[in-house]
Design a binder for this molecule. Structure first.
Ligand code: NAD
Length: 330
C-alpha cells in the first residue's frame, strides 16, 4: 500500500537511501533538510539528485527546529508517517558544541513530534544511536539495558530524544512511535567524517590515517542497505494499532576491531595504510555490539551484508565517485 512519508534529514547519508527505497516501493516522499555545513552541502545535494528526478519526491529546504516550517511541510504532504532522521551527528564534535547538539537533536525532535501531534499524524519512526549505551559492561547491548550513562553530548541528546518519544507516546495515545538505535552505518554516500570513508580517502591518497588508541576498540558496523531494511520494517510496524513507543537495535550483531577494519580497507583499496597513532579520544566508546533479537523477532529484520562483503562494496562506490566527499578535519 503506497503511503505518504515526511522524511527529515532526507539529503543525508542514511536519509537519502531511505528516500530511494521508499520511492522504489511506490511511496510519495517529502524530504526536509536544512543542508547544514557539518559536511559539504554539495555532497548532500548529490545524495538526493536521483530522488529529485522522481515525480513522487519533493525536497524542501527547512529546519526541524522551525515549528512553522514543519507545520507547513506536514500540511503539504499530510503524511501517513514521519521518519525523523535529521540530526547533528558525530560523537567527537559534540564535545566542542554540546548546545548545538542539544538544540538540533533534542529541541528539533520535540518540534517535529509536537507538529505531528498537533496535525493528528499518528505514526513516527525516529533515528537513535548505539552511542546511548555508553561503555556498557554487558555485551551485546540489549534494548532492556537502562542506557543512562552516555559518554558524549551526542549520545545524551539521542537518549533524550528517545525519552521524548516515550513521553509523546504516553501523552498522545493516537501516536505510535518506533525509535531505532543505528550501529555505525557505512556504505555508499557514507558521511565523510566517519572512519571508513575518512580512512579510504587518506589511504588512497597515501596520507597517514589517525588511529586513536591501540586498535583494539571495536564496532558493530552495519551496511546501509541493512539499516534501510530495518527502517522500512519499522515504518510498517507503526501501522500496528497496539504499538505505543518501541525501541530496536539495528546492527549486524558482529564486531570488528579497528585493526581488522584497517586491514579490510587495505585489502579492498590495494594499498597499505600509514598509521599515525594517537591517544584514545574522550567520548569514544570501547565497543559497540548489538543484540538484534528483538528487531529480528518483531520487525523481521535480517541483516545480510557482513563487513567482509560490505567494505569491498563501499570501496567500489568510493572509486566510482572518486572520493567525492571531502575529508573532514580531524
Ligand atoms: N551514520 C551512522 O553511523 C549513524 C549511527 C547512529 C545514528 N545515526 C543517526 O542517523 C541519522 C542520520 O545520520 P547520517 O549518518 O545519515 O547523518 P547525515 O549528517 O548524513 O544526515 C543528517 C541530515 O540531517 C540534516 N540536518 C541536520 N540538522 C538539521 C536541521 N536542524 N533541520 C533539518 N535538517 C537537518 C543534515 O543536513 C543531514 O543531511 C541521524 O539522526 C544520526 O544521529 C547515524
Amino acid at each position: 500500500m503506497a503511503e505518504r512519508v515526511l522524511l527529515t534529514g532526507a539529503a543525508g547519508f542514511i536519509g537519502s537511501h531511505v528516500a530511494d527505497a521508499l520511492l522504489a516501493r511506490g511511496d510519495r516522499v517529502l524530504g526536509v533538510d536544512n543542508f547544514d555545513d557539518f559536511y559539504d552541502p554539495a555532497v548532500k545535494r548529490a545524495n538526493v539528485a536521483d530522488a529529485c528526478r522522481s515525480a513522487a519526491f519533493t525536497m524542501v529546504d527547512g529546519d526541524v527546529r522551525d515549528a512553522a516550517a514543519m507545520t507547513r511541510a506536514i500540511a503539504a504532504i499530510q503524511p501517513d508517517v514521519i521518519v525523523h532522521l535529521a540530526a547533528r551527528a558525530g560523537v567527537r564534535p559534540s564535545i566542542a558544541a554540546p548546545a548545538v547538539y542539544a538544540d538540533v537533536n533534542v529541541r528539533g525532535t520535540a518540534v517535529v513530534l509536537e507538529a505531528a501531534r498537533a496535525a493528528g499524524v499518528q505514526r513516527a519512526v525516529v533515528a537513535s544511536s548505539s552511542s546511548v549505551y555508553g561503555n556498557a559492561s554487558r555485551v551485546p547491548f540489549s534494548e532492556s539495558d537502562a542506557a543512562i550513562q552516555p559518554v558524549s553530548p551526542y549520545a545524551a541528546t539521542k537518549r533524550a530524544a528517545e525519552l521524548l518519544c516515550e513521553t509523546f507516546a504516553e501523552l498522545e495515545p493516537r501516536l505510535r512511535i518506533v525509535s531505532l538505535r543505528f550501529f555505525t552505518v557505512y556504505g555508499p554516500r557514507q558521511r565523510p567524517d566517519l572512519a571508513i570513508h575518512k580512512f579510504a580517502s587518506l589511504i588512497s591518497s597515501g596520507r597517514p590515517i589517525p588511529v586513536y588508541g591501540d586498535g583494539s576498540s571495536s564496532r558493530d558496523y552495519t551496511y546501509v542497505t541493512d539499516t534501510v531494511q530495518g527502517v522500512l520494517a519499522a515504518i510498517d510496524r507503526t501501522r500496528k494499532g497496539d504499538v505505543r513507543h518501541e525501541l530496536f537495535n539495528l546492527g549486524e550483531s558482529q564486531t570488528t576491531t579497528l585493526a581488522q577494519l584497517i586491514a579490510l580497507l587495505e585489502d579492498a583499496l590495494g594499498r597499505p595504510a600509514t598509521i599515525e597513532r594517537l591517544p584514545a579520544q574522550p567520548g569514544d566508546v570501547l565497543c559497540t555490539f548489538a543484540d538484534i533479537s528483538r528487531a529480528r523477532d518483531t520487525l523481521g529484520y535480517a541483516p545480510a551484508v557482513p563487513i567482509h562483503d560490505g567494505i569491498p562494496r563501499f570501496v567500489a562506490w568510493f572509486r566510482d565517485t572518486a572520493g567525492r566527499g571531502a575529508v573532514a578535519p580531524r
